[in-house]
Design a protein around this ligand. Structure first.
Ligand code: A2P
Length: 338
């Protein structure tokens, strides 16, 4: 079997760490694994397949001989280093928002638009979509193929792990300190996140939306390859460690009953239907954490429009929303093109 030299850039971060675990769990054919982070992490080691791998500083010459680079070091670092890596012949799969809307960079969720991976040849970069968008489109795609979606109204309930390790630690510290009647530190978010909900993810734009909200709007159209789908979003950070939850309202061109939607979604790759409300069964963040599937439930008619459904979609934002999706792209890439 052919094996590949793989680099993980941002290896010490929340997503980078999970990328290493997913490579190991799925037995990705790694010849040599190179772990890259900032100079602060030099000297650290991380486990991979029973061995300790040293973390190296990400530098311009880090990608010589590397076949695939899984990147999650933050947008500014990816903007600089992804083209450098690509120029040295490495195919970059980038989890940041840096290249997602570049027309010469494919934006891929393998269950939805695997064929788009072919476009990696233009720049040597494939973009991994926004976490909230990934879990939404794996559910939207089979419904769109059946009844054509006109409009989506989504509100998200997003876990702190999406902001990275420092946000996980901040929620932990705030909960502990509040429980012990101690003062809390507010550093990562503009407000206390413990026992609170912040209608503010990423920065605000001139139109009053946040960048995170506009990512959901624009990335959905690109991945679904249908600019006519109208999307409007409100993205909210909630005091949950892992898994994003979403309330999604969908308007269709033709009728799709809740029963039909459940049947379509039961057959959809990467989707699990959990929808038995009378037995208190619906998707939950705590159950989705650590899992690969995207969970959907509470599927019911929107009784205010002709052809509409409401549903609740939950997935582990660090796995399907980031690391797993990136490794799935790498798997398709080597199977079809390398
Ligand atoms: P480090 O741990 O050395 O700071 P998270 O999203 O969880 O905050 O993780 C961000 C990841 O990106 C970490 O692995 C971090 O490494 C890495 N990173 C941040 N800044 C740089 C940089 N300037 N060069 C390389 N890696 C970086």
């Amino acid at each position: 079997m052919k094996t590949y030299n793989v680099a993980v850039a941002g290896a010490t971060g929340a997503v980078g760490n999970e990328m290493i675990s997913v490579l190991e769990e799925r037995d990705f054919p790694v010849k040599n694994l190179v772990l890259l982070a900032s100079s602060r992490s030099v000297g650290k080691t991380l486990p991979f397949k029973g061995k300790s791998v040293k973390v190296q500083e990400l530098k311009e010459d880090s990608f010589k001989g590397i076949d695939i680079g899984l990147f999650s070091p933050g947008g500014a670092v990816s903007t600089k280093f992804a083209p450098i890596a690509a120029a040295s012949g490495c195919v970059v799969i980038d989890n940041t928002s840096a290249f997602r809307m570049d027309p010469d960079v494919p934006l891929v969720v393998p269950e939805v638009n695997e064929h788009a991976i072919a476009g990696y040849k233009k720049k040597g970069i494939i973009a991994n979509p926004n976490c909230s968008t990934i879990q939404m489109v794996v559910v939207l795609k089979p419904l769109h193929d059946f009844a054509k979606i006109k409009r989506v109204v989504v509100s998200t309930y997003q876990a702190v792990s999406g902001t990275g390790m420092k946000a996980i630690k901040e929620l932990e510290q705030q909960v502990l300190n509040l429980y012990n009647s101690r003062k809390i530190e507010i550093k990562v978010y503009p407000h206390q996140i413990a026992f609170n909900c912040l209608p503010h993810i990423d920065s605000f734009l001139d139109n009053g939306y946040t960048k995170e909200e506009m990512k959901m709007v624009n990335e959905t159209k690109k991945i679904m390859e249908d600019p006519s789908i109208a999307v409007t979003a409100t993205t909210v950070r909630v005091p949950v460690f892992y898994s994003h939850s979403e309330s999604v309202n969908i308007e269709f061109e033709k009728d799709v009953t809740p029963q039909k939607a459940r049947a379509l979604l039961k057959k959809a790759p990467g989707v699990k239907v959990v929808d038995d409300p009378l037995k208190n069964k619906y998707p939950l963040a705590i159950n989705a954490a650590g899992k690969d599937d995207t969970f959907v439930g509470r599927i019911r008619r929107d009784e205010t429009i002709a052809h509409g459904l409401n549903m609740w979609i939950v997935a582990d934002n660090i796995r399907k929303g980031a690391a797993l999706n990136a490794v799935q792209i790498a798997e398709s890439l080597i199977e079809k093109y390398m």
